[in-house]
Every structure is written in C-alpha cells, then in structure tokens.
Design a protein around this ligand. Structure first.
Ligand code: DLL
Length: 438
C-alpha cells in the first residue's frame, strides 16, 4: 500500500493565513465566552478590567485579556479552573513542578481527540508513518509525555511499543529485537541509552533506529549534533507543557529549523517577561499561549516562562503554521552568580564546543563566605580517565576558558569519573543548588 506524505490531520499545517485567522478568531471567541461563563477566576479578572467576551472582535483584542499563571492552577487546586463538570472529564494528568502541591489538568473526550490529532501531526512532521515501529520511552504516568505520544503514534497508524521510561537493558533488547525505527524520550534519557548500547558492545549501525523524537527539557543544537553523529539517527525537538495540553504544542519538521506551533489550536504571543508587553515577531521573550479548543481547562494568555522568539520567514517544508526557535531556557532558570546572569544552556553549549563527546554534566551552586560559587562537573570517558593527569588538567582548563568566554565568569570545572553523575529516566537534573542548604 502506498504511503500518504502526511497524516490527513496535517492539512491544518498548510492553511492560508486568512483561513487560519478565521478559525483562530472563531475559536478564541468561543473559548473566552466559555471561560467567562464557567471559570469564576477568569470572569472576576475580566470584570475588573471591564472586558466582556463580546469585546473580542479581532485576534489583536486578546491583548485586553488578563494573563494566567501556573500559580492560578495551584491557588485553585484541585479543580478550580475547570470549565466543565467532572462528568465530562475523562482523564486527569498532573505536573509536580518544583514546590508544594502538583497542578492538576483535565481533559474531555474532545480534548483527548485534539491531543491525539496534534501528536499525530507531530509524528507526521518528522517523517514518521504507519510503517514505523515507535518505542515510546516517555513515562506513562501522571506525566503527559507517555500517553500523549502513545495515542498520537497509534492515530498515525504506526506500531507503538508502550515501554515507558527506565529499565535500560529491556529498552535495548526491545530496540534491537522489535525492529524499532523511532524512539520518543527526553534527550538526556536517550543519551543514557546510547551509552548503554555502546557499553553492551552493540553499535547503532546494527539497529533499524533512524528517528529520535525528543523533548520535555531544554537541550542545545550542540547536543543534537552530538546525538546525531554518535548514532546516525535524526533527532527532532518537540515542545509542550502540561497546563496547555502536554506534548503536541509545537514540533520540528524534517528541516530541523525551529518548531512549528499548531496555531489552529494554540494562539501564541511573545511578551517581555518583566513588563508583560507584547513584543514584535522575531523579538526574543516569554512565550504566552492561549488554548483555542480546550474544553476542560481553557487557558487564556498562559505565561509559560519559556523563552523563545517567532521565526517570521516561511519554512522550506511548506507548512504555513509559524515556527518558534528552540527553547534554550526559562525565565526562572536563570542563575545569578556574583551578579552575572547564567543559563544552563550556555554552559552546555560551551562544554560541547570544547569536547563534543562529553554530554554528561551537572552544575553545582554553593555559597562560600557569602559569595556564590559555581562548579561544573563533567564526566569523562573511560579512555580519558586513564589518560595522563596533565592531559586531563589541560582539558579542564580549556573547558574553564570556554565557559568564561561565553558567560564572562570564571567557574571551577571538575572532571569526574565515568557514570558518576546520576542518570534520570525522565528530565535530567542539570542544576543542584546547595546555597539554600548552607
Ligand atoms: O514536559 C510535556 C512534554 C512531554 C513535552 C514530552 C515534550 C515531550 P511539563 O512536564 O509540564 O510537560 O513540562 C513543561 O518543560 O514549560 C518547558 O520549560 C520544558 N520543555 C518541554 N519541552 C521542551 C523542549 C512536558 N523541547 C516544560 N525544549 C516547559 C525545552 C522544553 N524545554
């Protein structure tokens, strides 16, 4: 049987801007009305601003609406932002975040259908189809990664292996014996799998794997280059968040040049993270998302805290839905070290520039005599570990220089033994902050 170039739902990736804007406006008006009628917090905030649903006459009118924050979900825990009765809710997911209570999100049957559809479009955009065997190593749990990818891959018609995260030995056995052609996981867990495959004496050349669908945490283009050259697969970046739907908000296409946002379901704005002022297309700022079709919890102007910018040029793939640049950091993961602003992604890029074969690192923050200290721990390979001390010292110096060059700060680099940095089955813990403990 022949293979269609895209999943049928991918048609929406190619709408004219007129068609897209008509759909967006109609959906925006519907979602604002539903929120006003059924979510007391939204109604109260709109009333305070003197805004009524009928004031939304164009897409630009969205700027009149109040923002929503993650704290709104926490403050109304568990179900305060639900716009539908529990009898309409068919699934719950949750995200733990860093402090206190989790946030809980719900889905109606229609919400799940939309989620499945955007995930099928995601897999289709990275070139997968019904002939692929997809190993889904995102966690199946309250985390949205596992089930989100699962139903999308099934709707694509691919063969799905619901292995979830962890149990590395079994992952390798499955990858080899089941003829896996594509894998979904966090980029850091995939790196762990790569090492394990190599340690077992098997090479990627003997596997059928050709595509990696990675997301849920920040990673850099240098990390992508490392993964691709080490394994021969193509590694794609996908983006999403629990509050909006889970994975399925944006995906790269085969061009690997920014992530297309599924704009028919998610309206995007970029705002100045400090003032909340809308920024022009192309300017870097905080991504703000409005769910255009979610029924259970409509999110209006949700502040994601993720920093990116809109790519204004058309994509060579022909999709008309616009792209955002790779999300390298969040506005709340900035470390301020002795007055200098540092993001983990800058450290990652600097390290991989010096030595592309050393992807495992951890940043440890501490305080000594009132001064913030930053130590970057980098795992060396077995072979390097057996090298002369002078060679290791040289490597360490080069890495310290590279970091200083990028962030303008002298930090200590410590080379540590192979496999001494803890591996995660999901999101990697890149920063350990001991300052509050001391
Ligand atoms: O991580 C949903 C997801 C699952 C996305 C699987 C992609 C693949 P949360 O646990 O709520 O949801 O975390 C959302 O993770 O606000 C970003 O800060 C970060 N994030 C997600 N994808 C990327 C990415 C899922 N591709 C938060 N690049 C988001 C950078 C990402 N950061």
């Amino acid at each position: 049987m022949g293979v269609l170039p895209f999943h049928p739902d991918s048609c929406a990736d190619f709408l004219t801007s007129d068609e897209l804007h008509r759909i967006q406006l109609h959906r925006l008006q519907t979602v604002v009305r539903a929120s006003y009628e059924h979510v007391p917090l939204t109604r109260q905030r709109m009333q305070e601003r003197g805004v009524k649903p009928e004031h939304i006459r164009s897409l630009a009118d969205i700027a009149a609406l109040p923002f929503m924050q993650k704290t709104d979900l926490r403050d109304t825990y568990p179900y305060g932002l639900f716009a539908r009765p529990m009898s309409d809710i068919v699934r719950l997911h949750a995200s733990s975040g860093t402090t206190g209570k989790p946030i809980i999100v719900g889905y109606t049957r229609d919400d799940l259908n939309v989620w499945t559809s955007v995930m099928a479009r995601t897999f289709s955009a990275v070139g997968l189809n019904q002939h692929d065997v997809i190993q889904n190593a995102f966690g199946y749990s309250l985390f949205t990664g596992g089930l989100g990818a699962h139903y999308g891959a099934e709707a694509l018609g691919a063969t799905v292996i619901p292995i979830s995260g962890g149990n590395t030995e079994r992952q390798i056995m499955v990858m080899q014996d089941f003829g896996v052609t594509a894998i979904c996981s966090t980029p850091s867990y995939f790196l762990h799998l790569v090492e394990a495959v190599e340690a077992s004496g098997r090479g990627f050349g003997n596997l059928n794997l050709k595509t990696g669908v990675f997301g849920a945490e920040p990673w850099t283009d240098s990390m992508r280059a490392h993964i691709q050259s080490r394994t021969g697969i193509k590694a794609y970046d996908i983006y999403g968040l629990t509050e909006i739907i889970g994975p399925g908000v944006a995906t790269e296409c085969e061009q690997q040049a920014g992530m297309h946002v599924f704009e028919d379901h998610f309206l995007m704005e970029i705002v100045d993270p400090k003032t909340g002022k809308t920024l022009a297309d192309g300017e870097e700022g905080e991504l703000v998302l409005t769910t255009l079709s979610k029924q259970a919890i409509p999110m209006i102007r949700f502040r994601t805290h993720d920093i990116t910018s809109i790519i204004t040029e058309p994509c060579a793939c022909g999709r008309t839905i616009r792209r955002i640049r790779r999300i390298t950091h969040r506005c709340d993961d900035m470390m301020i070290i002795r007055g200098v602003n540092v993001f983990p992604s800058q450290i990652e890029a600097a390290l991989l520039e010096v030595e592309p074969t050393l992807p495992h690192y951890q940043i440890v923050l501490s305080r000594k005599e009132g001064l913030d200290q930053m130590e970057v721990r980098i795992e060396v390979t077995e072979a390097m570990f057996r090298d002369k001390v002078s060679a290791l010292e040289q490597l360490q110096k080069r890495m310290e220089h590279a970091i200083e060059h990028v962030v303008g700060l002298r930090v200590n680099v410590r080379l540590v033994e192979p496999r001494s940095i803890a591996r995660s089955e999901g999101k990697a813990k890149r920063v350990v902050d001991q300052r509050k403990e001391g």
